[in-house]
Design a protein around this ligand. Structure first.
Ligand SMILES: [Mg+2]
Length: 297
């Protein structure tokens, strides 16, 4: 599409080719870290490591490289419906050995976040599927149908009016509304289906209460991920395929941002976006090459 396709471009250079009219996210206060200084990688899954159930070329090799080069890695996904174990099994099926502790779902991140301000055994109402239920129970919360301290909302593809009704009453009675992720739609083979953001819009319309969001593009999920692997923002990068999810979350968390063009965002989107990553690569093998070059220096 343009002359830059063969080589990674740095933020500063990509900006000069972008059309005018963007927002304030373009100029970041600090300059991006050089790639060789990165010691920790937060890796988005869908559109980066795989598409649906198919691994993207070079994904397994990228994980091996990170391990060899001594970099810490945490896979992060906004999907709240599956558990970390289920993701680990999915990755294992693609020849990628990552334990459940190597995957942070938005459900898991939400449970960790809640631990920070709720007492053990606190009453939580959950709208969500197995991934959320397991994460909340695993962190010692009590799942209840009435009088919760917080209502946690993740995607629930069997959601009923009765459940929404209970949630609305609880929120009106003062329960805090926490969202695993704000994604409005869910891309599937059959088209774009309503995502968790659509449920949140419903709850917000019915109660007038805005949710506190944990997943991307909020910084919270990335902060939980860094805490897990003992990494600071200064040594960490997020690698993702979404400008308004991964890259925006990375900027908010103060980490280096790396966009790969194997998923949602294409070069045309990048040119038109007010949110600009620090680095852009075609795919993981190209990023790996650049990291390797840095290692040799
Ligand atoms: Mg993605």
């Amino acid at each position: 599409m343009d002359a830059d396709t063969a080589s990674p471009i740095r933020h500063a250079r990509s900006v000069s080719t972008a059309p005018a009219g963007g927002g304030g996210d373009r100029s970041r206060p600090g300059s991006a870290l050089s790639l060789s200084a990165l010691r920790a990688i937060l890796l988005d899954l869908d559109g980066v490591v795989y598409t649906g159930s198919t691994a993207l070329p070079g994904a397994a090799e990228f994980f091996s490289y990170l391990r060899r080069s001594g970099r810490r890695c945490q896979c992060i996904t906004n999907n709240s419906t599956l558990s970390a174990d289920q993701y680990a099994a999915k990755l294992a099926g693609m020849g990628i050995a990552v334990g459940p502790e190597g995957v942070l779902t938005s459900s898991e991140a939400t449970a960790v976040y809640l631990q920070g301000y709720l007492a053990p055994g606190a009453r939580v109402m959950a709208i969500g599927e197995e991934g959320l239920v397991r994460a909340l129970l695993g962190h010692g919360f009590r799942l209840v149908d009435r009088e919760p301290e917080v209502v946690v909302c993740g995607l629930d593809r069997r959601l009923t009016y009765e459940r929404l009704q209970r949630a609305c009453l609880a929120i009106r009675a003062g329960a805090r509304l926490i969202a695993t992720n704000p994604d409005l739609s869910l891309p599937t083979e059959g088209g774009f289906l309503p995502g968790n953001g659509a449920t949140l819009a419903y709850l917000q319309a019915a109660t007038g209460v805005s949710p506190m969001v944990v997943g991307k593009p909020a910084a919270t999920m990335l902060e939980v991920a860094m805490q897990r692997i003992g990494a600071s923002p200064a040594e960490t990068a997020i690698v993702g395929d979404g400008l308004l999810t991964d890259i925006l979350a990375g900027q908010r968390a103060g980490v280096t941002t790396i966009l790969v063009l194997t998923g949602v965002a294409q070069r045309a989107d990048l040119a038109a976006s007010p949110t600009q990553p620090d680095y852009v690569f075609e795919n993981l093998p190209q990023l790996q090459e650049a990291l390797c070059r840095g290692d040799e220096r």
